[in-house]
Every structure is written in structure tokens, then in C-alpha cells.
Design a protein around this ligand. Structure first.
Ligand SMILES: [Zn+2]
Ligand SMILES: [Zn+2]
Length: 349
């Protein structure tokens, strides 16, 4: 048995999105049914639908930044009850048995973590995302959204928040650490807020000076324009950690030279083209070039609690379901400060 619900649907890689319907499974014993209230728009949604990361199963509903309330729980659910404010991020399942799952790193499941949309779930169906009125998720992949986080701002934490929180934690951002954030978009602006709250000295590296005032307001201590070649000379060997949030290929070797001894540059953006690195740049100061993919479920809960405790939330612009194509066009044009969130009530009318 399935239930048909309203959703925003992509019917191909090239068609505009349209209002339509999808099917949801019945609530199983370990499942939670979530009445979706807010759904964030992530650049990955667009990459996926457009086929930039490989062929997709259409029709497809995307969205992996979900905030809503529990509407129904299965008979074995213990962590949630009807009415709880909850979230779902980029993952809805994993094998639960491999070494990485056992370590709480479900995103690195050796059998392949199940993404919130466009992935083949353990039951064989293709997962459908949060641009819809409800979702059914096994309780172990549901997050608790603290009341201190404004409801309409919670959704983007589930992807943009955890994607930046996890590497900042892993590489010990904190007092005495010099952290640079490359790119000030959905991911970058969260990296600035979180690194600042962790106590690090934060520098934003953005193409032009146009976002300088914003960056300083978000908590950055310094700001430099990367279109100015002097930036790469004056900041050489200046940072312990660089978070690169840009999803297009950049001259990564030039950024690696900005790392101090033992520094690490972590890519969280995923350009489709390779980025050449000179071994000499790494050897010259024992530098590391790394990557990081979202976070595990326990760490995502830790991030939500951290944001609640420190009063951190994304800067959002609310949009409606019938404006989705305009919103996507503005995301592609980097014309949003800093995350769109769909008011899912507009999908229910
Ligand atoms: Zn995302
Ligand atoms: Zn696993």
C-alpha cells in the first residue's frame, strides 16, 4: 500500500519542475511519518536533477533539508512521538552493520548510504525527497530539532550546517586556530557562523569585495577578495584549516599555499572536473588536501544542539512551491542570501 501526496516533481533533466504527486510507503514498525513544514533548496538538488552527477530515475522529487513535525509513529518507535519537531537530512538509510556505520559514520557506509532522494532504498524503491508534503523515514535517521532553532531556519542545517560543522569539528576548529572559508554561499555562510562560534579566527575568501559587510556581520574576522592577486601573496602560509565550499573547479594549488605548517584544506564542494595539485606544495609545509561528506546521524544531532546552544541559524529567504523554478534560477545565479527555504504549506493548498 502507498499514499499519494503533493510534491514538486522533475520529469526529466531538462524540463522545468512542476507541481505533481509522488507515492509514500505505509508507516512501518520502525518508521516515523513526518508532516513536512519547510524544505531547503540545496545546489545539489539542481546538480542531481540536471544529471550533472550521473543519470537519474525520473520522475524525481528532490530536497534533503527537511523540517517538520511527527504525524505518526510505528509500533516499535521509541525516540519520537506525534507532534515532535524533527528534521531529515541527506541520508535516510544505511546498512547499519559495516565498520563505518558501527562507528557512527553512516555517510561513509561501505555498502553505500541511502540518499534522501534518487537512491535505491533497501526495499528496492527510489527515494523521493523533501519538496513534498510528507516523508516516511526509519526513526534512526530522524533528527530532533531543538525549539531554540527558528522553525523556518532549521531545514538548511540538515545539509549546509552539517556539511561544514563536521570538518570544522574533525580538524579541531577552535580558539587559536586560523580558519579560512572559501566562497560565501549556502555552505560558506554556515561555515563562518559555526567556526566563529567554535572560537576560531575566521577569514572569508570570496571572489569580490561585494559580500564583505555580510561576512563580517556573520562573524568573520577578516575578508579578502580572491580576484585580487595580492591576496594570494599576502596570505601565504596563514591558515591552519581552509574549508573550500565552492562547487566549481578552482586553482586549488594556489589555495593550498595559503596553509601554514601542518594545515589542511578540506573540499566540501564537489566540482565535476579534477583539480591539479603540485606535490611540492604539500611537501613544502606538510600540508594536507582532504574532503568531507556531510556527517553521521549522531554528529548531525550534535550539530543541531550546538546551533541551538549558540543561537546559530542560517540566513534564509522563504519561497513558495509555485516559485520553485525562479528560485532555482536564482540559486544558479548565486543570487540568494543565503539559502532558499520552501514554505511547504503552499504545496498543500
Ligand atoms: Zn545539500
Ligand atoms: Zn554500512
Amino acid at each position: 500500500m502507498t499514499t499519494v501526496i503533493p510534491a514538486i516533481v522533475a520529469s526529466s533533466a531538462t524540463d522545468s519542475l512542476a507541481l505533481g504527486t509522488i507515492e509514500r510507503r505505509d508507516v512501518g514498525a520502525a518508521d516515523v511519518r513526518i508532516d513536512i513544514r519547510w524544505a531547503g533548496i540545496c545546489h545539489s538538488d539542481i546538480h542531481t536533477v540536471q544529471g550533472d552527477w550521473g543519470p537519474q530515475h525520473y520522475p524525481l522529487t528532490v530536497g534533503h533539508e527537511i523540517a517538520g513535525t511527527v504525524a505518526e509513529v510505528g509500533s516499535e518507535v521509541t525516540k519520537f512521538k506525534v507532534g515532535d519537531r524533527v528534521g531529515v537530512g541527506c541520508l535516510v538509510n544505511s546498512c547499519g552493520e559495516c565498520a563505518n556505520c558501527a562507528a557512527g559514520s553512516e555517510q561513509y557506509c561501505l555498502k553505500g548510504a541511502i540518499g534522501t532522494y534518487g537512491a535505491r532504498d533497501l526495499d528496492g524503491t527510489i527515494t523521493q525527497g523533501g519538496y513534498s508534503t510528507e516523508v516516511i523515514v526509519t526513526e534512526s535517521f530522524v533528527l530532533r530539532v531543538p525549539e531554540a532553532i527558528p522553525y523556518e531556519k532549521a531545514a538548511p542545517l540538515l545539509c549546509a550546517g552539517i556539511t561544514t560543522y563536521s570538518p570544522l569539528r574533525h580538524w579541531n576548529a577552535g580558539p587559536g586556530k586560523r580558519v579560512a572559508v572559501v566562497g560565501l554561499g549556502g555552505l560558506g555562510h554556515m561555515a563562518v557562523k559555526i567556526a566563529h562560534a567554535m572560537g576560531a579566527e575566521v577569514t572569508v575568501l570570496s571572489r569580490s569585495l561585494s559580500k564583505k559587510d555580510d561576512a563580517l556581520g556573520l562573524g568573520a574576522d577578516h575578508y579578502f577578495a580572491t580576484e585580487d592577486p595580492e591576496t594570494f601573496r599576502s596570505l601565504r602560509s596563514s591558515f591552519d584549516l581552509i574549508i573550500n565550499s565552492v562547487s566549481a573547479a578552482v586553482d586549488i594549488d594556489a589555495y593550498l599555499k595559503l596553509l601554514a605548517l601542518d594545515g589542511t584544506l578540506v573540499n566540501v564542494g564537489a566540482p565535476s572536473e579534477p583539480m591539479p595539485v603540485n606535490a611540492g606544495t604539500l611537501i613544502g609545509a606538510r600540508r594536507s588536501f582532504a574532503g568531507s561528506n556531510i556527517g553521521g546521524i549522531a554528529e548531525t544531532q550534535e550539530m543541531l544542539d550546538f546551533c541551538a546552544e549558540h543561537g546559530i541559524a542560517p540566513e534564509v529567504e522563504i519561497t513558495s512551491a509555485d516559485q520553485i523554478n525562479e528560485a532555482w534560477a536564482r540559486v544558479l545565479a548565486s543570487d540568494v542570501r543565503y539559502r532558499f527555504v520552501i514554505d511547504v504549506e503552499t504545496l498543500k493548498a
